[in-house]
Design a protein around this ligand. Structure first.
Ligand SMILES: Nc1nc2c(c(=O)[nH]1)N[C@@H](CN(C=O)c1ccc(C(=O)N[C@@H](CCC(=O)O)C(=O)O)cc1)CN2
Ligand SMILES: NCC(=O)N[C@@H]1O[C@H](COP(=O)([O-])[O-])[C@@H](O)[C@H]1O
Length: 295
């Protein structure tokens, strides 16, 4: 505890002074500078047993366990690896790039299950070839072996899934799942939301609409998932040009290249618990290299 607090004080001084109001070796918290954010300092400080002596205008971030706090200031090794469920309906190139990142060092998590509505799709085949269990969802007349929403939630819980990643999954995620995994389900969409999103906007249909609109820029959006198609909070975007003679396939390939990079970056941040929720509900990503920077 002592080494942690001295590390933190060294890091923070002279921005903010903190002191512990009681000796609680199992609970620790700390303050970091957080430019332009307006988080509820007093509420969180009280909850965590922290007393803020001198308030800084720049806000703060906290962790609610000693282990997590240590990992924040030091290495990510103290953060538990996250257990990921990936949902796909198609070729699964985003799934593949995320899976490969988990096998390397760039994502602090493991894909423990693949969920699909199309058991013959490329993503499901890749999962089977890599020893990842495949679950069919939803249950329909044509897929009677599929799980119901309640059974899906129970199965993901039994597998201790922490995070759900939609990667080209084309069915609506039911409210049972959205509510069971608050702030823990991500989707990647191939346009700059809120433009060209919603029901009917998927795959090449999105790119055709972008080209027909005359938009000069497009790019993928990673967003949290709520009960509706493509309306959840935006977490990250990348921009690519729409060229004068683009076909939908050419634009799709340019956007997909960015998807593979941005989705891995975002999943990496989520697994390392580097998402901060601004007071107005907008999620931000804290930079690993410079914890004072957010995007
Ligand atoms: N609750 C949510 N579920 C899903 C979301 C979401 O944001 N919230 N995102 C989608 C993915 N998506 C775009 O990102 C998307 C996928 C599919 C459709 C669509 O119109 N689908 C057709 C069926 C297509 C098919 O089965 O071949 C339809 O529902 O009629 C729109 C947006 C994943 N789920
Ligand atoms: N609205 C959802 C949607 O259109 N998703 C898109 O489907 C493709 C899946 O490719 P992948 O199977 O190769 O990852 C991706 O471009 C993804 O953004």
């Amino acid at each position: 505890m002592e080494s942690l607090s001295s590390t933190l004080l060294t890091r923070l001084s002279p921005i903010t002074n903190i002191s512990y109001t009681s000796q609680k070796p199992q609970v620790s918290s700390f303050i970091v500078s957080c430019p332009k954010l307006n988080l509820r300092k007093s509420h969180l400080a009280a909850k965590l047993g922290l007393h803020i002596i001198a308030n800084d205008t720049r806000g703060f971030k906290f962790r609610n366990s000693f282990q997590e706090a240590e990992s924040y200031v030091g290495s990510k090794s103290a953060i538990r690896r996250k257990r990921l469920a990936v949902f796909v309906s198609g070729g699964g190139s985003n799934f593949r790039s995320i899976h490969e990142a988990t096998l390397g060092d760039s994502v602090h998590g493991d894909v423990v299950v693949l969920v699909t509505d199309k058991p013959g799709c490329g993503g499901a085949e890749y999962a089977r070839n890599n020893g990842i269990p495949v679950i069919l969802f939803p249950k329909t007349k044509s897929s009677p072996d599929g799980l119901s929403a309640d059974d899906l939630v129970a199965t993901l819980r039994n597998l201790n899934v922490d995070l759900v990643l939609l990667a080209g999954y084309l069915k609506l995620i039911p409210s049972e799942l959205v509510q069971a995994y608050p702030r823990s389900i991500l989707n990647i969409h191939p346009s700059l939301l809120p433009a060209f999103g919603g029901k009917g906007f998927y795959g090449l249909k999105v790119h055709r609409s972008v080209i027909a609109s005359g938009a000069r820029y497009s790019g993928p959006t990673v967003h949290f998932v709520d009960e509706h198609f493509d309306t959840g909070r935006i977490l990250a975007q990348r921009v690519v040009p729409v060229l004068p003679n683009d076909t939908a396939e050419q634009l799709a390939a340019r956007v997909l290249h960015e998807e593979h990079e941005v989705y891995v970056e975002v999943v990496s941040a989520l697994c390392e618990e580097r998402i901060v929720w601004r007071e107005d509900g907008v999620p931000l990503i804290r930079s690993r290299e410079n914890p004072d920077e957010y995007s």
